[in-house]
Ligand binder design. Structure first.
Ligand SMILES: Nc1ncnc2c1ncn2[C@@H]1O[C@H](COP(=O)(O)OP(=O)(O)OP(=O)(O)O)[C@@H](O)[C@H]1O
Ligand SMILES: O=P(O)(O)OC[C@H]1O[C@](O)(CO)[C@@H](O)[C@@H]1O
Ligand SMILES: [Mg+2]
Length: 319
């Protein structure tokens, strides 16, 4: 193998650049040529492909977003799009590929493996919703961003004795809300993986108000419902001076944390080692602090599980 390609796909995530850099530099270190593919699978089909040098990825490790751009390109689920992608790979002499993205991107990667190109997937998404990895690239940064926002909101919550409902991204996964809730000392955390009772939340708020703590922050995962809806439901049980805040895409941007940069670097280098060993159709992860890889097909049948011991902990620490 002489030449590999890299692309980023799906929602951008902080640390994707660090992963691109690690793949490129490790591959060049091993004597391979590296081609960047812009705009995910859309750019692959369009042939938006360029040769990278070691300096292409210089001054990028600290930047959020993705220098290779990203796209949602549902047409790649069709055979026709895939075959056009294959044509482009052949035209540029690219023999194997690293795909950095979420679960959807892994389907695209697997399609290329079926067409004869070894492909390794790296979990680049803030949502932390990928099976067989304890953490995805971008999750740690996203949590840190939410915690910073919660700290700021708590100033106003305390000053005006208000209750803030803070909605955070995560698709169907509650991980961002859960970890941010524990780190930010949230009075309640509402996630799709655990049932909740609005009446009970209201009486908890009421009793802490009676004990003297008259402000609160509630972390709400977007997979449950919208913040204004939740605030409306809570308002039916009392006057908690409610405000709803949606953090939205703010949580997806910004410089990656040191943790995400290290994780991305480890995973990127490992992806190249796997390709050099002639392996493909694998998804890289980190499990119990070890970098691992699993057949990507097993991921499609598996489910990511939120760390529910943190939910119990959050409850035990706020009552
Ligand atoms: N079944 C599929 N077959 C081939 N390609 C697919 C398939 N599903 C998704 N893709 C490709 O992967 C891209 C990214 O998928 P998607 O938009 O679901 O984001 P993701 O990778 O899951 O990331 P995130 O959820 O973090 O935004 C799609 O736009 C499409 O190009
Ligand atoms: O940026 P878009 O396409 O609106 O997608 C938003 C979704 O993407 C993510 O930011 C990453 O998967 C989710 O948390 C969110 O639900
Ligand atoms: Mg996804």
């Amino acid at each position: 193998m002489k030449r590999i390609g890299i692309l980023t796909s799906g929602g951008d995530a902080p640390g994707m650049n660090a992963a691109v850099r690690a793949v490129a530099r490790k591959a060049m270190h091993e004597g391979l040529e590296v081609y960047g593919i812009n705009y995910g699978f859309a750019g692959l089909v369009a042939g938006d492909i360029f040769k990278m040098s070691e300096s292409t990825v210089g001054d990028k490790i600290q930047r959020g977003g993705t220098m290779l751009y990203s796209a949602r390109y549902p047409q790649f689920a069709q055979e026709e799009g895939q075959l056009r992608g294959v044509e482009q790979l052949n035209k540029f002499g690219i023999e194997a590929l690293v795909v950095i993205g979420g679960d959807g991107s892994y389907h695209g990667a697997l399609a290329l493996t079926r067409h004869g190109f070894n492909t390794i997937g790296l979990p680049g998404t803030i949502d932390n919703d990928i099976p067989y990895t304890d953490f995805t690239i971008g999750f740690d940064t996203a949590v840190n961003t939410v915690v910073e926002a919660v700290d700021r909101l708590r100033d106003t919550a305390a000053s005006h004795e208000r209750t803030f409902v803070v909605e955070v991204m995560g698709r169907e996964a509650g991980d961002i809300a859960l970890w941010s809730g524990v780190a930010g000392g949230a009075e309640d955390v509402i996630i799709p993986e655990h049932d909740f009772d609005v009446k009970k939340i209201a009486s908890k708020l009421q009793s802490s108000r009676e004990r003297g703590q008259k402000h609160a922050v509630i972390l709400l995962a977007e997979g449950v419902m919208h913040a204004d809806q939740f605030a409306k439901e809570l308002a039916a049980y009392g006057d908690f001076q409610l405000r709803a805040t949606v953090l939205g895409h703010i949580v997806r941007g910004g410089a990656p944390s040191a943790r995400d940069r290290v994780l991305a670097s480890q995973m990127g280098a490992y992806a190249v080692e796997l390709l050099l060993d002639g392996k493909g159709a694998l998804a890289v992860g980190i499990e119990n602090n070890k970098i691992t890889a699993h057949d990507v097909r097993t991921l499609f049948d598996a489910k990511h599980h939120a760390e529910l011991s943190l939910y119990t902990l959050a409850e035990e620490l706020t009552f």
